[in-house]
Ligand binder design. Structure first.
Ligand SMILES: Nc1ncnc2c1ncn2[C@@H]1O[C@H](COP(=O)(O)OP(=O)(O)OP(=O)(O)O)[C@@H](O)[C@H]1O
Ligand SMILES: [Mg+2]
Length: 219
């Protein structure tokens, strides 16, 4: 089943008098449950593509359909709503709130049903193997543990799609592999679609498919 269909996607940035074509006429089809890697040199547009897919930014032109709905036509409120319901984001630098415990970081991401309904928080922390550290502040957790909290936070709203931008970039190779295996397992056991941007070719080699981003296009 096709979940995401991207056609002729373009994102231009103006830089002084020149124009940067970060994404340039890109096409991509992603099926439900796919586990994909996108690789490419620094500046090739990987983060830009992920931000467009994650409804964090709008393209200059082209279409992104999720579940056959063109998200580039949605207004900001509807985009935010779609993002909360369908998409979980994971970043290289974890992006946890330092003053909140692991558990509170996950709770802070609970969408819609209201912040008072905290069901599921311990289950997702359990899923990433961190239930016992639920009450720790991020500063007391290792990098791998912090990234697992970030994954739990991405999972709390049961997203159909997980977008991960260099999720192992700040971790040693062994911890990185553990995080990667966790994402892999999630894609297989819950049929979650996972798209990972990475420089690490050994990681890219283990996904269902690997795309190379160059000159704003995938091959
Ligand atoms: N907000 C912005 N304004 C202007 N130019 C931008 C902006 N964001 C990205 N760019 C430019 O677009 C191009 C693609 O950037 P992007 O961050 O997507 O690359 P990347 O592949 O993620 O690189 P890295 O591997 O270093 O994270 C770069 O040339 C970058 O300088
Ligand atoms: Mg990037």
């Amino acid at each position: 089943m096709v979940l995401i269909e991207i056609s002729n996607l373009t994102k231009l940035y103006k830089s002084g008098r020149s124009t940067i074509r970060a994404v340039d006429g890109l096409d991509l089809i992603v099926h439900k449950g796919d586990f994909l890697a996108i690789v490419g040199p620094s500046g090739s547009g990987k983060s830009t593509l992920l931000q467009l897919l994650g409804c964090l930014d709008k393209p200059t032109s082209g279409d992104i359909k999720i579940d056959d709905k063109d998200i580039t036509r949605l207004n900001d409120r509807k985009l935010a709503d779609l993002r909360q319901k369908k998409i979980g984001f994971i970043f290289q630098s974890f992006n946890l709130i330092p003053t909140l415990t692991a558990r509170q970081n996950v709770e802070a991401a609970i969408a819609k049903r209201g912040r008072n309904d905290k069901t599921g928080t311990l289950e997702v922390l359990e899923k990433v193997g961190l239930a016992e550290r639920a009450n720790q502040l991020p500063s007391l957790l290792s990098g791998g543990e912090q990234q697992r909290v970030a994954i739990a936070r991405a999972l709390i709203n049961k997203p159909e799609i997980i977008l991960a931008d260099e999720p192992t970039g700040n971790l040693d190779s062994q911890t990185g592999k553990m995080i990667f295996d966790l994402l892999h397992q999630l894609s297989k056991s819950e049929n979650t679609t996972v798209i990972v941007v990475t420089h690490d070719l050994s990681i890219a080699g283990q996904t269902d498919k690997t795309y190379h981003l160059k000159d704003g296009k995938l091959s």
